[in-house]
Design a protein. Structure first.
Length: 243
């Protein structure tokens, strides 16, 4: 039985769009997680930013550990709140921040991870700013100076990260625009082409009859018959010689 399958232009367009969505720039050898190759300028910018964050984080942890909040001339509630803020900052600098930095090193141009780091820095800046204000009001000048330096470094990193997010967003938007243009071109080409007709033959071929082999009877006296000769039948009697 033969069946005719008609492939519509809409189905062709869907398959073309799926192929474009699954195909992308060929990953470079050794690129992280098999992603598209990262430009040298982008990696240089990210490495500088992350190195600065590592340095600032270590400096802030050291400066926070030297604070003598219990000696501040402030009421008990304020000092308890300041101690809680310091503990929160230390946990973030030792846990959450290194984890996000590691994720970004594995996916340097991943926009969600980049924005996640920005939000973390934004929260760190606010809480560290509160502790710095307390150090300026109740602590020593050395504490205020060191924490202010850390705060300014975090602010600088946050600004650099905001610029990187804007740059990555623009690049990804340009890539989406290019893909949309390719899809429109494919759609126009598919709509202009007639549907293809595919014939599927699923009938089983007829079986050929088996050929029987001819068998030759062997003589009883053990002799082989000569080629082309025939043996006398049992009913044939020998003629008698004339007297």
């Amino acid at each position: 039985m033969k069946r005719n399958l008609v492939i519509s232009p809409g189905l062709c367009f869907f398959l073309a769009a799926l192929a474009i969505g699954q195909s992308g720039p060929t990953p470079a050898a050794g690129s992280p997680n098999g992603q598209a190759p990262i430009s040298y300028a982008s990696m240089t910018q990210l490495n500088g930013l992350l190195s600065q964050l590592d340095t600032t984080s270590k400096s802030a942890q050291s400066d926070l550990s030297r604070l003598k909040i219990e000696k501040w001339k402030a009421d008990g509630n304020y000092k308890r709140q300041a101690l809680g803020n310091v503990e929160s900052i230390q946990r973030n600098l030792q846990g959450a921040l290194p984890e996000i930095i590691g994720q970004l090193r594995n996916s340097p141009e991943d926009l969600p991870t980049t924005f996640k780091l920005y939000r973390n820095l934004d929260a760190l800046y606010d809480v560290l700013g509160s502790v710095t204000e307390g150090a300026g009001a109740f602590g020593s000048k050395e504490d205020l100076q060191s924490l202010s330096t850390d705060l300014n470094q975090f602010e600088d990193s946050r600004k650099q990260l905001a610029e990187r997010i804007e740059s990555l967003s623009s690049a990804k938007e340009a890539e989406l625009t290019r893909l949309r243009g390719q899809l429109k071109t494919l759609e126009a080409q598919v709509e202009a082409a007639p549907p293809k007709k595919v014939v599927v033959d699923d009938t089983e071929p007829a079986k050929k009859p088996a050929v029987k082999k001819k068998t030759t009877k062997k003589p009883t006296d053990g002799t082989k018959p000569a080629a082309g000769s025939t043996q006398p039948s049992a009913s044939t009697q020998p003629q008698s010689k004339p007297q």
